[in-house]
Design a binder for this molecule. Sequence first.
Ligand SMILES: Nc1ncnc2c1ncn2[C@@H]1O[C@H](COP(=O)(O)OP(=O)(O)O)[C@@H](O)[C@H]1O
Ligand SMILES: [Mg+2]
Length: 510
Amino acid sequence: MVAHVTTVAFQGIEAVPVDVQVQIAPGFPGIVIVGLPDKAVAESRERVRAALHASGLALPPKRIVVNLAPADLPKEGSHYDLPIALGLMAGLGVLPGEQLADFVVLGELALDGTVAPVAGVLPAAIGANAMGRGLICPAACGPEAAWAGGDMEILAPRSLIALANHFKGTQVLTRPEPALRRDAGGLADLADIRGQESARRGLEIAAAGGHNLLMAGPPGAGKSMLASRLPSILPPLAPKELLEVSMIASIGGELSGGKLTDRRPFRAPHHSASMAAMVGGGLRARPGEASLAHHGVLFLDELPEFTPQVLDSLRQPLEAGEVVIARANHRVSYPARFQLVAAMNPCRCGMAGEPGQSCARGPRCAADYQARLSGPFLDRIDMRIEVPAVAATDLIGASASEASVTVAGRVAVARAIQAERFLALAPGSSGINAHCATSLIETIAALDPAGERLLHDAATALKLSARGYHRVLKVARTIADLDGAETVGRIHLAEALSYRVGGERILAAA
Ligand SMILES: Nc1ncnc2c1ncn2[C@@H]1O[C@H](COP(=O)(O)OP(=O)(O)O)[C@@H](O)[C@H]1O
Ligand SMILES: [Mg+2]
């Protein structure tokens, strides 16, 4: 007789059903697992044996074959323990096989028979709901699974015994409640930053339209400080975005306590990050920082210190909004629509172009440093702003600056205008100017005649690429939205162009 239990394998954030077949037959005693298991799955044999033993169930001296079908799909991770154990228990007649057929099962087993948390419970629950089944998952992941649907059955047992008792009817498990993480303690506030009026304005525009931003300036000017305050002025995630972001975090094993949060992700990987850490992949095709920053911010501090290959690997997700990882046996894709915010010093010593300072290595220092950034990468950055040093004397006794709540209010108004616009023009899009489809840009950012003349002159003088041209128009549209203006005027365009020129000046300062 063969017992069947359904579990899942993950391809990107999609949960693909996997049939766990367990056969207990006469023969040389032992457990064999087949169906492309990786090391963690193969080791599950020992955990399952010990967990069943601890739960008071001795395996018969028979040959046990576990097949994970489809056989050609690679199986990775530790979440196959629980389905294999339940398959065995059904095969031994300890659990009712026909009731198990209504569930998708995933979870890791500890040697003492407790069910340990695993990654990917949220996408598995959503997949199970789509198949019209319930879910059996670890107790710690129950709150996460409960988000998948109000009426699906979810069993989140602490141990194998608790689950067996539930099916026997002696101790019924209650359905877990969906949990939202309420972050105690506010985010860092913009009020802490003295001066830097133009940089603050740039940050506000970038937040309002979701534009990519590069800040350049000498060390200690407050670039990292500014960037870390961006989350405090961004609006919370919409329900649909929240689910998408949480699915990626779930697969990446980053959902603490199974709780979801409506805060936008803010990822700040160190500059030693490898390509696999940044865009995903590696031995287990995990989502990288670019995907974990989906619908949020990817902050690259000390930009030129990143390996050029790593930066260039971001070019494709920056355009397409997703990462495709091709591996020897299959391809997976993860969503990766993030806002890129970067900070850099103008040269390695950081003093190039500063009044009253001189760079010891002269122009070479800045040129070498900036040469680490490729042209196509820089072309994808909509706004470049200079962050000049603030003198310590300016900080003494300076009054507090505008607080984040005020700025967040203006950003929210501008985002509402955009959401309304794209609801009519491109339903289903993300609803912010930065992600506007190329075909729509000229419709949404129609210029007045004076603006058109300015754009014509600027495009020639700045040698704007087609991409640069479109990105300038999008930024101009955001500035007009912040202004509450219906059409994009010359003044809005001029400001947008100044952010394009900002970068040229930074480079020329060397
Ligand atoms: N505009 C500012 N207002 C208040 N403090 C500042 C400002 N700029 C810099 N600082 C101080 O300098 C420190 C270093 O700033 P940081 O953002 O790390 O500089 P950068 O990243 O530009 O090198 C901050 O932690 C803060 O104490
Ligand atoms: Mg810094």
